[in-house]
Design a protein around this ligand. Structure first.
Ligand code: PBG
Length: 331
């Protein structure tokens, strides 16, 4: 009698792993391809496609080029994009005035994309750090602190300006208190009741935004973002932030970053019926790319595994720089 006979194994989970079809039959988690969102960086100029050094495969596009890129995204099945505007340095000031200019970069990009591809869902990141000369996400008070309530005014004006340009969703990422209510009221007062708000509800002060700040030229010129973005060890606080945003009228709530915060995604999933989004951020993208470039991991498998983990944690919407790549491979 050998060991297996002596112990009499009856239940054999391996039976359900014997073939690709068997594994597919019992697969518990699917990534919703329609829930993938591709972030895009838009710059001034024409015919500009500028690769970002720390994000291989990701570029900054001028308005004409971003429309071309969106046609390519549409062709592989990307249904939603998240726009980040990067104005010229000379356009920035202490009050982010260019952010709510009707001819601002996001406004022009949104109009051009909607003209070319009316069915493409256009989400606009709503923040001030790319538009202020000091690089903070809000307006500063006399002592150099970010002034919460003064910032709400700029966010509300900017949300309206984006709505007039035709965006479908505004996504405030500044982490000011009360911004969702301020934006919702401003939109509703002007009749934009159909514009949705996807709030970066639990956004942490993370080291993983490093490559983004290179791409968006939004590194603060002094200090850091720890007085407005969340402290990484906290999860109850994330639920509080999410609850407030829901009370204020958020339509979709987001957790950001992703990989190091999947427990937060799960906790948020369990506390609300709203769609939950997760942002797989620039540093997470860069890590996967860097390891794959060295041949240390298999990129495609690692990407699929990573995005699957986000879906398994409970995310409905996954914002990732890999969206185009993933959909190209899984068409
Ligand atoms: C703007 C904003 C940031 C990101 C999204 N919106 C940067 C930051 O908070 O410093 C990060 C996205 C990424 O790293 O991919 N506030």
């Amino acid at each position: 009698m050998n060991v297996a006979e002596r112990t009499r194994i009856v239940t054999r989970p391996r039976r359900l792993r014997t073939s690709a079809a068997m594994r597919a039959l019992v697969r518990e988690t699917q990534i919703n391809p329609d829930g993938l969102v591709q972030p895009l960086f838009v710059v001034e100029g024409e015919g500009v496609v500028q690769p970002i050094g720390s994000m291989p495969g990701v570029s900054r596009y001028s308005v004409d080029a971003v429309v071309r890129e969106c046609r390519g995204l549409d062709a592989v099945g990307v249904r939603a994009v998240l726009l980040f505007g990067i104005p010229d340095a000379a356009q920035k000031d202490a009050y982010a005035t260019i952010n709510y200019d009707p001819s601002g970069i996001v406004q022009r990009a949104a109009r051009a994309i909607k003209d070319a591809l009316p069915a493409m869902l256009v989400i606009a990141d709503l923040c001030n750090c790319e538009y202020t000369d000091h690089g903070h996400c809000g307006i500063l008070d006399a002592s150099g602190d970010v002034d919460n309530d003064a910032t709400l005014d700029v966010l509300a004006k900017t949300a309206l300006s984006y709505a007039r340009a035709g965006v479908d969703i505004v996504a405030p990422s500044d982490m000011m208190d009360g911004r969702v209510a301020a934006i919702r009221h401003a939109l509703d007062d002007e009749g934009f009741t159909k514009i949705a708000i996807m709030s970066y509800a639990a956004k942490y002060a993370s080291a993983f935004y490093g490559p983004f700040r290179e791409a968006a030229e939004s590194t603060p010129s002094f200090g850091d973002r720890r007085t407005y973005q969340m402290d990484p060890p906290n999860v109850r606080e994330a639920l509080k932030e999410v609850r407030l945003d829901i009370e204020e009228g958020a339509d979709v709530v987001m957790v950001k970053p992703a990989m190091a915060y999947l427990d937060v995604v799960r906790a948020v999933r369990e506390m609300t019926d709203l769609p939950v989004a997760v942002y797989h951020v620039s540093g997470e993208y860069a890590m996967l790319k860097a390891a794959a470039e060295r041949g240390w991991i298999d990129e495609d498998r690692a990407v699929d595994e990573t995005l699957t983990a986000m879906a398994r944690a409970g995310a409905d919407v996954i914002i990732t720089y890999f969206a185009k790549d993933y959909l190209t491979r899984h068409r």
